[in-house]
Design a protein around this ligand. Structure first.
Ligand code: PEP
Ligand code: MN
Length: 299
């Protein structure tokens, strides 16, 4: 590993350049492995048997949190029925209040794995620290790193060493460069299976929970070869606004969506107001298919 001065950044770690047979070139951007310059073709990341980053737009859906076996079995069955190939659900929840539901932990992961076994859906769930990362890597098909941990660099280094793909959410107030640098941490530590997730950023606007930065899709796609997924749920904060943002994401060229849906949103233990019920999700899937085809993709 060597270090050298870069005119645009104080110091740049050129780990990638020294560990591969690539000739050492001048590093103009602070990220390298995740940049388009390094890898001009789009990357396709395999999440179990599901490819993200190819022609097919992939929908990931499920509740914010794993709450019970019954809830996750209902979600798994419905996702399989409507053609959603990846089920989401947090077993470790990074809640703003310490008094809010914190998640079911390992028991929640076991429930997710049961849904995978029964319904054939792949599983994505969040890790919040080293111990939960170890567990999530064991049980899930993809590790989610949440917005609040996007710059938890020690955790990112550890994610670099798990043998599972990672869904890296953009930080609440992170610039695109900071987000790509976070991805670079993961890649530099050995894991190149990274999917970037735009989930809204904090702005002066308070009507929505966050402001969906739709421009992040074309910008990141130009700068990086990594797949980009849109999370309209945490951007909107209200279920009524989720469908329009999801459609905009597909129209803008996102490779996938991660949408919160709950069998009974009114009773959800977290993020109920932004969760779609199942009939609304099914309706949205039809519209997303039409939009995907209109922009030369499939769903
Ligand atoms: C979530 O996906 O439920 C979540 C906590 O998202 P974020 O990290 O984007 O807030
Ligand atoms: Mn949530």
């Amino acid at each position: 590993m060597s270090w050298r001065t870069n005119p645009h950044e104080e110091r740049v770690n050129t780990v990638g350049a020294t560990q591969t047979a690539e000739p050492v070139v001048s590093v103009r951007k602070p990220y390298r492995l995740v940049s388009r310059d390094f890898h001009p073709e789009d990357s396709v990341v395999k999440v179990g048997n599901v490819a993200i980053g190819g022609n097919k737009v992939v929908v990931i859906s499920g509740p914010c949190a794993v709450e019970s076996q019954e809830q996750i079995m209902a979600a798994g069955a419905f996702m399989a029925q409507i053609g959603v190939p990846v089920l989401r659900g947090g077993a470790y929840k990074p809640r703003t209040s310490p008094y809010s539901f914190q998640g079911m932990g390992v028991e929640g992961l076991e429930i997710l794995a049961q849904a995978r076994m029964r319904y054939g859906v792949m599983i994505v769930t969040e890790a919040v620290d080293h111990e939960s990362l170890r567990q999530v890597a064991k049980w899930a098909d993809m590790v989610q790193i949440g917005a609040r941990n996007m710059q938890n660099f020690e955790l990112l280094k550890a994610v670099g060493q798990v043998g599972k793909p990672v869904l890296l959410k953009r930080g609440l107030a992170a610039t695109i460069d900071e987000w790509l640098m976070a991805a670079e941490y993961v890649a530099a530590h050995g894991n190149h299976d990274i999917i970037l997730c735009e989930r809204g950023i904090r702005t002066y606007e308070t009507k929505t929970r966050n402001t969906l930065d739709i421009s992040a899709v074309p910008v990141v796609k130009q700068l990086s070869h990594l797949p980009v997924v849109i999370d309209p749920s945490h951007a909107a904060g209200q279920w009524q606004w989720v469908a329009p943002l999801a459609k905009a994401g597909v129209a803008a060229g996102a490779d996938g969506l991660i949408i919160e849906a709950h069998p009974n949103p009114a009773e959800a233990l977290s993020d109920g107001p932004q969760s779609l019920n199942f009939p609304h999700l099914e309706e949205l899937m039809v519209d997303l298919g039409n939009i995907a085809r209109a922009v030369g993709r499939d769903l």
